[in-house]
Design a protein around this ligand. Sequence first.
Ligand SMILES: Cc1cc2nc3c(=O)[nH]c(=O)nc-3n(C[C@H](O)[C@H](O)[C@H](O)COP(=O)(O)OP(=O)(O)OC[C@H]3O[C@@H](n4cnc5c(N)ncnc54)[C@H](O)[C@@H]3O)c2cc1C
Length: 268
Amino acid sequence: MYMQIIKNKEQADAAWLDQSKKLDPLKDGISSVELLRVSGTDLDIANAARVSYGRVSEAVSERDVKLINFLMEHNHSSPFEHNQLSFRIKAPIFVTRQWMRHRMNSYNEISYRYVKVGTEFYIPQTWRFQDQDNKQSSFGAFTDETITAEYKRSLEQSYAHYNKMLEAGVCREQARAILPVATYTEFIYTCNLRSLMNFLQLRLGHGAQSEIREFAKSLLQLAFPHFPIALEAWRKKYFTTQEWEGQLHDWTDKEWEDQLKEWTDQLG
Ligand SMILES: Cc1cc2nc3c(=O)[nH]c(=O)nc-3n(C[C@H](O)[C@H](O)[C@H](O)COP(=O)(O)OP(=O)(O)OC[C@H]3O[C@@H](n4cnc5c(N)ncnc54)[C@H](O)[C@@H]3O)c2cc1C
């Protein structure tokens, strides 16, 4: 196996310190995915399964790798739940609406009843065409200075009206209703690995909107070094089977391997 396996908590902690914890998925200098905390490693997944036999592994062995792959293959999912990942996310409201449909997680979000909305809005770098076959989908990328200028003007107008309403004494909870779903919001997202994998499976797929896919990639990148065996087993199960082929992430196997290598190399 070419990748380094994190065998115990000390190595996981060291890996954690080594790697970049905060990513900007939409590359606009505003969006962010920050890994706040992780508990558990691949070893805990193996040990959660081994408790059935009253056994404990002290370090990840090749048998544990096989065990984790077996669990994944046979949908024996509960051993993947004894860990926790907490992320701080900054995302446009329309991405957050999609995100929070994932119920098997914990969330806390900034309240624009308490605080005034800042001047942070998502401005796409390129526009996409509406897909006529799949009504939820889009394709391509193009730029149009007129559209971008009008989009920005509309954001500015909304924000100016928002400010005017506040100045006129309207409460924040009502004034915010005038703002667009491109407005940035911030929240804490806490999940276990099972739920994260469900999120990734759905939100890395081609059916998912490109913006949330970028967030999903960042989650995967930050989580991967902590659970390299489980996430590789998950990837093998869902990314290469016929059922999912062509629907999921557009990385080829080679690109995925290069990506894994890059992430695991960060561990030193
Ligand atoms: C590409 C895409 C398009 C979508 N389009 C739409 C749309 O047009 N409209 C819309 O409303 N939603 C849409 N969704 C949201 C989707 O229907 C799910 O609500 C969302 O993806 C969360 O998935 P989930 O239920 O698996 O996740 P979670 O809520 O985190 O649940 C995880 C798992 O727990 C179990 N579970 C959770 N709650 C229940 C329950 N009440 N009963 C039984 N089992 C449960 C299920 O096994 C579920 O897979 C879309 C999602 C995707 C990925």
